[in-house]
Design a protein around this ligand. Structure first.
Ligand code: UD1
Ligand code: UDP
Length: 360
């Protein structure tokens, strides 16, 4: 068995890290390809450094582009690399363009595909991620579903049960492992002059939110409302896509004008975990952040109209509120009033080991 692990973006690097570590420890024949879909230091290298990951054998240097250009360039480069290296299995994680390209190129080369985080569904096909997930799942021969909910989504689509393994999500492994390290190393709360449980944390980058001026304006209005009601610092490590669109729509100065908002560059994983753990509440449209907030027992308000992580809502730690100010405010007040249960639906932190056990 020769495994090829493909990564391309921030969440893939983080969520693949437990599997990479497991492959290293067991001396498994594997190599890594990085498409470099993410390439800025704070979206890419910082994670290799902090998570102490080995260098990828190949960096395809694809970078940004429209969906077609980016995916097409990846397909060409990946096919060439697979043909040279002849892996017996390509392993991908999540729902990005990197994931779809890696799975599609592999299946055209008659190489088996393993999909980590299989079976998530928002049931909203206007999201690029939903298309990527659906297609990748149907191209895969090993589907690593985090929960029974995701397994059911797969069987409902006619995917055979014998290809599906319910193993939890590697984000639990990554969160638990790195939080311990983060607590001793991160100085972010002091650097930002923050007191635990006395700030809100925000992330925002989803295409349907930040590329749509009306929705972005509505989110900013909601933030203004929250700020005036709660009078609490709001920390926002801004994703480069959101930063670009805020500037393009002329909205950045309005965002910066919100009293109490602190816009910072995206931070590394250790600082981010500490920021999440210490937050009174998280506002987000990220997939991984919904999961981490749930694992860390921090209330989460999701600024979207659907979620592919319904388990976070079922256990009462996440509310999906959309982007209208009254709904956002109601969601924030509602979840802050609740007692959170410590239940974590995403596994015991041994998902990486389980996946490698199954592959071996
Ligand atoms: C991608 C994924 C999304 C995932 C997110 C994680 C797809 C379709 N989208 O979205 O599912 O949630 O990554 O963060 O695959 N940019 C930089 N530096 C970088 C990367 C991007 O400046 O290192 C800027 C560029 O202006 C680029 C824009 O961000 O055009 C969008 O990047 P892209 O990789 O297309 O999508 P993301 O929004 O990052
Ligand atoms: N994250 C980080 N620094 C930040 C913001 C997020 O390390 O400034 C981490 C976060 O802990 C989570 C992951 O990035 O593990 C989520 O990635 P993102 O929101 O970009 O993508 P998604 O999960 O929505 O695909």
């Amino acid at each position: 068995m020769r495994i090829c692990i493909v990564v391309g973006t921030r969440p893939e690097i983080i969520k693949m890290s437990p599997i990479i570590r497991e492959c290293e420890n067991r001396g498994i024949d594997y190599f890594m390809i990085h498409t470099n879909q993410h390439y800025s230091y704070t979206m890419d290298r910082i994670f290799f450094e902090e998570l102490q990951l080995p260098e990828p054998k190949y960096n395809l240097e694809i970078g940004s582009g429209t969906h077609g250009v980016q995916t097409g360039k990846m397909l060409m480069a990946l096919e060439k690399t697979y043909t040279k290296e002849k892996p017996s299995l390509v392993l991908v994680e999540g729902d990005t363009n990197t994931v779809l390209a890696a799975a599609l190129a592999a299946s055209k080369c008659h190489i088996d595909v393993g999909h980590v985080e299989a079976g998530l569904r928002s049931f909203d096909k206007t999201m690029p991620e939903e298309i990527n997930r659906l297609l990748t799942d149907h191209l895969s021969s090993n589907l690593f579903a985090p929960t029974e909910v995701s397994k059911k989504n797969l069987t409902n689509e006619g995917i055979s049960e014998d290809k599906i393994y319910v193993v939890g999500n590697t984000i639990v492994d990554a969160t638990l492992y790195n939080l311990k390290i983060a607590k001793t190393r991160s100085k972010i709360l002091d650097q930002l002059n923050l007191a635990e449980n006395y700030y809100f944390l925000l992330t925002l980058h989803r295409q349907e939110n930040v590329d749509d001026k009306k929705r972005l304006e509505s989110i900013i209005t909601s933030l203004e409302e929250i700020e005036s009601k709660f009078d609490i610092p709001l920390i926002y490590p801004i994703h480069p896509r959101a930063d670009k669109m805020m500037k393009e729509f002329g909205l950045k100065s309005r965002l910066e004008g919100i009293p109490g908002i602190k816009l910072i560059e995206p931070v590394g994983y250790l600082d981010f975990l500490v920021l999440e753990k210490g937050a009174k509440l998280v506002l987000t449209d990220s997939g991984g952040v919904q999961e981490e907030a749930c694992i860390l027992n921090v209330p989460c308000v999701t600024l979207r109209y659907s979620t592919e992580r319904p388990e976070t809502v079922s256990v009462g730690k996440n509310v999906v509120v959309g982007v209208e100010k009254d709904d956002v405010l109601k969601g924030v007040i509602g979840i802050l009033d609740k007692e959170l249960s410590p239940e974590n639906p995403f596994g015991d932190g041994k998902t990486g080991q389980k996946i490698v056990d199954i592959l071996v």
